[in-house]
Design a protein around this ligand. Structure first.
Ligand SMILES: Cc1cc2nc3c(=O)[nH]c(=O)nc-3n(C[C@H](O)[C@H](O)[C@H](O)COP(=O)(O)O)c2cc1C
Length: 451
C-alpha cells in the first residue's frame, strides 16, 4: 500500500476530510489540522505551493491498522513479526517517485509548515531520512528539518541514534535521501530502532510490500512509491536549530546541528506533500507504537506479557502500561525491570493484571488505587539514561540526558504484608464487581419537565 492507496482506503472508510479553500502554510495550516483533532485531511489549495498537503494520516490506531491491512488488536503482533523477520525489499527500475526530476533545487517550493510563531522557522516534519552507515549499512529514521533557504536544511540528530552515530563514523559528512509522502508501513519502520545492522526498509517491506528505487545522484535506495525525494548530503557545517514544539508538547531548545545541502529533487507527477503536527497524536503514535513490541519482548523474557501501551499522556514515550498474566509473586517487579530495558527513554511504568483494560486510564488508576501499597510496590532508580525531550531531566550538551525512573506494581499482591500467600478467596477481594446490564428500552425513562 502506498500513500495514494492508503488515502483511498481512508476515504472509503469515511475517514478522510478535504479542504479546498486556500490556506497559508505559515501557522494557519497547523492551526486547522489541530482544530480538526488531526483527523486525516487533504488540503488541495495551499498558498504559494503547487503541492497539495495531507496530514493526520496515522493519528489513530484504527487507521494505522487499515494502512497495514490488519485488525487493530493485531497491530502489536504484526510489528513484532516484522521486527523479528524483516524481508529484503525488491529493487525496481521504473519508480513513481522519479516521474519528475528537478536538478534545479527550490526548497522554497515545498509547503514546509510554520507550526508555531515561537518555532525556529518552517519545518519539514514528516521527512523520512535514509543514510548508509559505513559499518552497519542502511538506516532509516525521522529527523525534523528546519528549512534554511532554497537549498539547505538544518537537521536535528539526537545523540547516539543511528544517523548521528553514522555521521560520526563517516567522518562528519554523509549522503542522504529524504522521502516525503510515505505509506504507514514506511513511517512505522522509520520510527523503529532495531539492533545494529537490521534493515528498517526490510521491516517496512515485511509490514507491507515496499519496493525500492536507486537514487539518481547519491548511492542510496528509497521507497519507490514515495511522493517526493530530496537527494543531498549532510555536511560538516553546523547552524542553530530550534526552538521546536516537540513530542512532550514543550519547546525543544536551540542547538548547533548539521546542515543538509540538497542537490536533486525527484517526485511523482502531481506529488502530495505530507505534514505531521509536532507534539500531536500522530507524532506520539508513530514514536510510541514501535517501542511497544520492544517492551513486550523484554518483559516476555521474565514472565507472560499480554499487552503494552505507551500512553499519549506520557507523550507515548515516557509512560508505559504493561499488562501481564501473573504466575509468581515477583512477576510484577521483574516485568518493571525489563520494561525499562525494552525502551531506554521510558521514565515511569505501571504493571497491571490481565483483567485491567490498559486503554482505559480510569481502570489503570483504579488498579493503582486498589492493588498498590507504595512502600512495597513502587520501585525507584536514580541517575538513569533518559529522554532529551523531558524538560525535568538533567541535560548536558553532547551527553545522554539523565533522569530518575519509577515503576509501579499495580498487580494483585500475592502475599499478605506478613509474607504468607493469599488464598483464592482473599484474591477475590481484589476483583472489580459491577452491575448486570439492563435492557433500558423496556423502561419508560423521561426528561423531567419544570412545572
Ligand atoms: C514524527 C517523528 C519525528 C522525529 N524527529 C526526530 C528528530 O528530529 N531527530 C531524531 O534524532 N529523532 C527523531 N525521531 C525519532 C527517531 O526517528 C526514532 O527514534 C528512530 O527510531 C531512530 O532510529 P535509529 O535508532 O535506527 O536511528 C522522530 C520520530 C518521529 C516518529
Amino acid at each position: 500500500m502506498n500513500l495514494r492507496s492508503y488515502l483511498s482506503t481512508l476515504s472509503d472508510a469515511g475517514e478522510l476530510l478535504t479542504v479546498a479553500q486556500p490556506l497559508d502554510p505559515r501557522l494557519e495550516l497547523a492551526g486547522v489540522i489541530h482544530g480538526l483533532s488531526e483527523q486525516p485531511v487533504l488540503f488541495t489549495n495551499v498558498s504559494g505551493s503547487r503541492y497539495p498537503v495531507v496530514a493526520g494520516l496515522c493519528s489513530r490506531r484504527e487507521n494505522v491498522a487499515r494502512g497495514l491491512g490488519v485488525a487493530r488488536e493485531r497491530l502489536l503482533e504484526s510489528m513484532r513479526t516484522a521486527l523479528r523477520s524483516p524481508i529484503p525489499p525488491p529493487l525496481v527500475d521504473e519508480a513513481p517517485c522519479q516521474e519528475v526530476v528537478e536538478q534545479q533545487v527550490h526548497l522554497l517550493d515545498l509547503p514546509a509548515l510554520l507550526h508555531l510563531s515561537s518555532d525556529g522557522g518552517p519545518y519539514v516534519s514528516a521527512g523520512v531520512v535514509i543514510i548508509r552507515d559505513p559499518d552497519l549499512g542502511r538506516n532509516m529514521s525521522f529527523h525534523r528539518l528546519l528549512r534554511l533557504d532554497d537549498r539547505r536544511f538544518a537537521v536535528r540528530l539526537v545523540e547516539g541514534r543511528g544517523t548521528h552515530s553514522a555521521l560520526h563514523r563517516a567522518g562528519g559528512e554523509l549522503e542522504v535521501a529524504i522521502c516525503i509522502g510515505n505509506a504507514p508501513a514506511v513511517l512505522l519502520a522509520a520510527a523503529t530502532s532495531p539492533p545494529p545492522g537490521v534493515d528498517e526498509l526490510g521491516i517496512a517491506n515485511a509490514l507491507q510490500p515496499t519496493p525500492l528505487a536507486r537514487c539518481l545522484t547519491v548511492d542510496l535506495q528509497v521507497p519507490a512509491e514515495a511522493e517526493i525525494v530530496l537527494e543531498g548530503r549532510i555536511t560538516g557545517q553546523t547552524v542553530a536549530e530550534g526552538p521546536f514544539l516537540d513530542l512532550t508538547e514543550t519547546m525543544d531548545q536551540v542547538r548547533q546541528q548539521p546542515v543538509i545541502e540538497v542537490q536533486c529533487v525527484t517526485h511523482r507527477r502531481d506529488a502530495i506533500y505530507q505534514a505531521l503536527l509536532p507534539g500531536g497524536l500522530e507524532h506520539k503514535l508513530l514514536m510510541g507504537m514501535p517501542r511497544e513490541p520492544s517492551i513486550f519482548d523484554a518483559v516476555s523474557r521474565v514472565c507472560e506479557c499480554t499487552n503494552v501501551l505507551l500512553t499519549t499522556g506520557g507523550g507515548a514515550w515516557l509512560h508505559a502500561v504493561v499488562q501481564i498474566r501473573k504466575r509468581d509473586a515477583n512477576d510484577g517487579r521483574l516485568a518493571l525491570e525489563e520494561a525499562f530495558r525494552g525502551h531506554g527513554s521510558l521514565k515511569h511504568a505501571i504493571v497491571v493484571d490481565e483483567d485491567i483494560d490498559i486503554y482505559d486510564p480510569e481502570r489503570v488508576e483504579w488498579a493503582v488505587a486498589t492493588r498498590l501499597q507504595a512502600d512495597s510496590g513502587v520501585l525507584l532508580w536514580s541517575d538513569q539514561p533518559g529522554s532529551s525531550l523531558d524538560p525535568s531531566a538533567r541535560h548536558v550538551q553532547g551527553l545522554k540526558s539523565t533522569t530518575a525512573k519509577m515503576g509501579i506494581d499495580a498487580t494483585i499482591p500475592w502475599r499478605k504484608p506478613t509474607g504468607e500467600p493469599r488464598t483464592v478467596i482473599e484474591r477475590q477481594t481484589f476483583l472489580r464487581q459491577g452491575y448486570s446490564p439492563v435492557a433500558l428500552d423496556s423502561y419508560k425513562v423521561e426528561k423531567a419537565r419544570h412545572a
